[in-house]
Design a binder for this molecule. Structure first.
Ligand code: IPM
Ligand code: MG
Length: 402
């Protein structure tokens, strides 16, 4: 092909991407306001088991959550609903990362708790579907990926607000092989998309009594898109007198997170999608690994809470799935409780997971028959939440791990 033909084809492709994103911006300008859960009854919670060990830890999580919300479930204020069908087999059969009927069921719920879902990659035998996580974030416009990392004994209490719908993820499957030798991807950052995530971070800081928000970019190099993110931060900060903000570059931030002299400096952090993807894995590792972290994907109308570990298909193949650890999904469940208006129970569940999983460890999970089952561990958590001295036990954990 002649150069001008190649360039024309590239222009056409780029034109389509731009047209889609312009439409998206229009939708963002007209987005609905935040849902008020206190005015909804019943609040419908969808349980999405996902793949591998997912259904097992999901069932266990449901048992624990229904127990903790017994009154609300009995009175019909909260309803749990199991949604099958978000499995890799079903997604492959329909050639859709979320089959239409499953998506419709999801949209009938207000919030969902999602187990791990396998993301196909080239050469693994599954059709090359978009990640179910990414599709769900886009379909439900779950723009805020909120990932807390807490190590009380080290004074670490970070909440990451990772933008969840833009950046390299917005059109990550629509890159262009211009020629055999030239590949290009596109990065999308919008005013509206930046404003809502940065505003959510500042609002969270204000609500939780923090006085600083840290913005992470690489605006010295990626000048146009990261430059915009930073400009918007400057703008939003003006609505939050009393909350300071500072800007860090992603490279030095990865160093600062593991620098004991700096770790206590950070409180609430807001950052574009891909930097957030990477930095939150690092942060979770500092806390004990991605298996220990939960993650909230929050939009104004829907919210999805998920474990951020994989689906461990080998455990299922070897018949060990009843020994799978539900902690991470229950962390996500605790965040869900906080989100839908049960902050007290959510906070107790967080503490019970700390006490049972990190400190007392009276029942230990090893992932095989040498340890306890998910159900035994779930019972241990329920007993701990019900214990009137849970606060003392938690304080002991904090002191002991110092
Ligand atoms: C995460 C994961 C996902 C992401 C994958 C599974 C698509 O790494 O939730 O951080 O890249 O966002
Ligand atoms: Mg990730």
């Amino acid at each position: 092909m002649a150069d001008n033909q190649i360039i024309d084809a590239a222009k056409e492709h780029f034109g389509e991407v731009v047209a889609q994103q312009l439409e998206r911006v229009e939708r963002l300008k007209n987005e609905p306001d935040w849902l008020d859960y206190s005015s909804i009854s019943p609040i419908v919670v969808g349980m999405l088991g996902g793949d591998g060990i997912g259904p097992r830890i999901s069932a266990e999580s449901q048992t624990v959550l229904e127990h903790l919300l017994k009154e609300e479930v009995d009175s019909g204020k909260v309803e749990f609903r199991v949604i099958d069908g978000l499995t890799i087999e079903n997604r492959a059969e329909h050639l859709q990362s979320i089959p239409d009927d499953v998506l419709a069921e999801i949209k009938d719920c207000h919030v969902t708790l999602k187990g791990p879902t396998h993301t196909p990659e080239q050469g693994d035998g599954w059709p090359n579907l978009e990640s179910a996580n990414v599709s769900m974030r886009k379909e439900l416009d779950l723009f805020a990926n909120i990932r807390p990392v807490r190590i009380p004994s080290q004074g670490i209490d970070w909440t990451f607000f990772r933008e969840n719908t833009e950046d390299m993820y917005a059109v990550g499957s629509q890159g262009l092989n211009v020629t055999e030798d030239l590949a290009m991807d596109f990065r999308v950052i919008t005013t509206q998309g930046s404003r809502r995530i940065i505003d959510a971070a500042f609002a969270h800081a204000r609500r939780t009594g923090r006085d600083r928000v840290t913005i992470v970019t690489k605006a010295n190099i990626v000048k146009t898109t990261d430059g915009k993110f930073l400009d918007i931060a400057r703008e939003v900060s003006e609505n939050y007198p009393g909350i300071e903000w500072d800007g860090w570059y992603i490279d030095i931030m990865t160093a600062a997170l593991i620098n004991p002299a700096r770790q206590q400096d950070f409180q609430v952090l807001a950052l574009p999608n891909l930097y957030g993807d990477i930095l939150t894995d690092e942060a979770a590792q500092i806390q004990g690994g991605v298996g220990t972290a939960g993650s909230a994907n929050v939009g104004k109308q829907y919210a999805m809470f998920e474990a951020i570990h994989g689906s461990a298909p080998r455990m299922v193949r070897e018949g060990r799935d009843q020994y799978a650890d539900p902690s991470s999904l229950l962390r996500a469940g605790a965040m869900m409780l906080e989100h839908i208006g049960y902050a007290d129970i959510g906070s107790k569940l967080h503490k019970a997971i700390d006490i049972c999983g990190q400190y007392e460890r009276k029942i230990v999970m090893t992932g095989r028959s040498t340890g306890s089952t998910s159900a035994e561990f779930g019972q241990y958590l329920m007993d701990t939440v019900a214990d009137p001295s849970i606060e003392d036990r938690w304080q002991e954990y904090v002191d002991a791990s110092g």
